[in-house]
Design a protein around this ligand. Structure first.
Ligand SMILES: NC(=O)c1ccc[n+]([C@@H]2O[C@H](COP(=O)([O-])OP(=O)(O)OC[C@H]3O[C@@H](n4cnc5c(N)ncnc54)[C@H](OP(=O)(O)O)[C@@H]3O)[C@@H](O)[C@H]2O)c1
Length: 308
């Protein structure tokens, strides 16, 4: 999908961003970001994987030179966490080298002067064994191939664009435009009398539309380059989230039964504690995303409607 809507100008002129380029625009977050930008007068170039493969260095530079964006949001990613264990080189090509290609093209001046890059990353860069929320500047220690490749992308963005590179880590995403845990639970509620869900992993269920709003607010702000955590507040287990989905469907939440991570062996290790701190937002005068239950309630009608 390629979309073009009006809007010209650049951050170099001291104004707000007027032209955006979104890579990976066909993904779950990319779709919501393009939709959120569509409501503004800004120009949006939305490039799905078919239209721009971020592993193609020449194509990336050409796409930026063509649309001269003030902001690039890199939503392109290899997100198959388990497959990355056996295909780490391919995942690294997208998550590491792909991110570097985008950052390098901006650093080389292919985009508008002063162009910023917002690059999406993940809680999987952390070890996931903490007992308190991970701060933005805590030391990463990924335990999976996916986490290692995403960390490589973060490092490339920060090295190549120290003044204009924004790393936005998110986690436990659900949305109307891609496979996700909430959609799976809505389906399973219809299909099964009971569902077993792990109750020993903690995180922050996060709506893609909330992340899209955070990304836009960040790129429009005067916030300095660096790392920001775009997850809901509050903490839940997958079991808590599944029960909340059943409640919102009007179903008996006791049909969700607690189980353990060990009962569901997966190729990639799952973090037991994936809770991210949000201090960087308030330090730059922006509100973090609110409580996960409130967001789920707002998102729910659209999520149910999207399912067959
Ligand atoms: N989903 C989550 O729970 C979660 C959690 C933490 C962080 N994140 C991060 O959030 C961001 C957005 O994730 P998402 O959930 O929207 O993922 P998604 O739905 O898988 O979207 C990623 C998009 O990138 C595209 N893509 C893959 N390889 C590409 C390439 N070489 N060039 C250009 N595009 C390519 C994919 O296209 P195809 O579908 O055609 O392959 C897909 O449309 C990613 O950076 C991800 O790491 C996600």
């Amino acid at each position: 999908m390629t979309e073009e809507r009006g809007g010209k100008g650049s951050l170099a002129g001291g104004g707000k961003p007027r032209r955006w380029l979104v890579t990976g625009s066909g993904g779950m977050l990319g779709c919501d970001l393009v939709a959120a930008l569509g409501g503004s007068s800004d120009g949006v170039t939305a490039l799905s994987r078919k239209e721009l493969d971020v592993t193609d260095e020449v194509a990336v530079a050409a796409a930026l030179a063509d649309s001269r964006p003030d902001v690039v949001v890199n939503c392109a990613a290899w997100t198959a966490v388990d497959d990355a264990e056996s295909h780490e080189d391919e995942a690294l090509a997208v998550n590491g080298a792909g991110a570097a290609n985008v950052a390098a093209a901006i650093a080389a001046g292919s985009a508008a002067p002063g162009c910023r890059l917002v690059h999406l990353s993940t809680d999987y860069v952390f070890a996931g064994d903490a007992a308190a929320p991970y701060a933005e500047d805590d030391a990463p220690a990924p335990r999976s191939a996916y986490g290692r490749t995403k960390l490589a992308g973060e490092q490339a963005v920060r090295e190549l664009l120290p003044q204009a590179g924004y790393v936005v880590r998110t986690a436990w995403l659900y949305g109307a435009h891609g496979p996700n845990f909430v959609a799976t639970m809505i389906r399973l509620e219809r299909e099964r009398p009971t569902v077993d869900v792990v109750a020993d992993q903690r995180g922050q269920p996060t709506w893609t539309a909330d992340v899209a709003r955070q990304v836009i607010a960040l790129a429009r702000s005067e916030a300095p380059a660096g790392v920001y955590h775009a997850t809901s507040s509050g903490v839940a287990t997958w079991f808590d989230l599944a029960r909340e989905v059943f409640l919102l469907l009007g179903a008996d939440p006791d049909r969700v039964r607690a189980t353990t991570t060990d009962a569901f062996p997966r190729p990639a290790p799952r973090p037991a504690y994936s809770v991210l701190g949000h201090d960087a937002w308030s330090a730059v005068g922006l509100q973090p995303i609110g409580d996960w239950r409130l967001s789920l309630r707002s998102a729910f009608p659209a999520l149910v409607q999207e399912l067959p």
